[in-house]
Design a protein around this ligand. Sequence first.
Ligand code: ACO
Length: 429
Amino acid sequence: MPKHAELHLEGKSYSLPVLIGSENEKAIDISQLRAETGYITLDHGYGNTGSCTSKITYIDGEKGILRYRGIPIEQLAEQSNFVETSYLLIYGTLPNKLELENFSHTLSHHSLIHEDMLRFYDGYPSTAHPMAILASMVCSLSAYYPDSLNPTDPAQVDQLIPRALSKLRTIAAYSYKKSIGQPVIYPNNSLGFCANFLSMMFAVPSEKYEIDEDIVGALEMLLILHADHEQNCSTSTVRLVGSSLANLFASISAGISALWGPLHGGANQAVMEMLRQIHSNGGDVAAAIKAAKDKENPFRLMGFGHRIYKNYDPRAKIIKKHCDKILSKLKIKDPLLDIAKRLEEAALEDSYFVEKKLYPNVDFYSGVIYQAMGIPMNMYTVMFALGRLPGWIAHWKEMHDQGGNKIGRPRQVYEGEVLTNYRPLAERK
Ligand code: ACO
């Protein structure tokens, strides 16, 4: 493997260091490029740009591989739970029994939010999207913990991490309760992380709430699958905001906003909207495929395609496998699952999708399970945020732990007006 790459520019040669990752990922280190040559690189959408080195998550998009801290996602989805996977991502290793108990206990301990924050919900219209509420409420948490916001103090960061994980869950559930006009249900710390969330979502004070272990298991699996995906749009946002030494809550709030977009985490809601639309049009999947291929039509097959995966997204494979199992356990027959499967089959046989290597991504089947669990469509992206939170935290922490923090600040190639004199208003036409 070469140790350097040669760059020839304006008659001069430059030697750029080559970096090889532990899975043989190759990079050319251009950190001195501008200083030495006066040039920068231009990379719209950062498809060729590594912004950091990281030890958290490995993806091979060509082979459809995803591993957290080296462990295949398939093993974690089958054998782990969300709390344990969160610990793995954030602290680097699987916890031993005591570490796991302590971590779970700390998460439970921090499950309440300040009572004053409950009043914030009253200020939102009942039609507010829960992602708008989530982003604002998470940023507002900064106001309540002024003594532990310093990202360069490991003791303060350690205090803040379980708070973030536990309180985001509570905020998410409360935002749903508020949106349907039900009283909020306080956390029940005798329950596990996911069961506690379901109780806050679906219990009412007037009735006993029975926890369905199948639903808890499905939620654990979905949250694990969403827990990290290296330098995606929202995680890069969290890192970029964090690089300015913004506190953890502010950085996560920015990540939530990035996740909301339909090209990122918002796609799970968009998929269900699309499936419902196809269903109401008589289930005509061929028409949807045709529209997605039409360059004059802005419609895209939501839940299809990925910047990194040029093969089946391993997360979609796991979710698809569980869809039938979970729906039949819950005795639900959902025509949308049937449409999703037919859509996938048609797309994977179509040369447009085959040639562009467009496969179902994590969002394609997740909505079908969320729907079966009784989670409303506008909460799907909130569920994604809940799942992605340990990943955001892990990356934010890793960036600070690595030391030598540099504020993230890309450059540009300016294409605007050259020097132009100011013209007073009276002289302008
Ligand atoms: N339907 C139809 N055509 C598509 C789709 C799609 N879902 N996705 C990509 N294409 C086409 C594009 O039109 C483009 O065609 P062209 O080369 O003829 O212009 C080509 O495939 C490459 O697409 P890009 O948008 O350039 O690929 P990019 O890597 O930038 O985008 C993305 C990836 C945003 C995920 C894209 O595939 C997409 O919009 N998918 C639908 C939205 C979605 O499911 N997002 C969730 C992603 S997973 C996540 O964030 C959790």
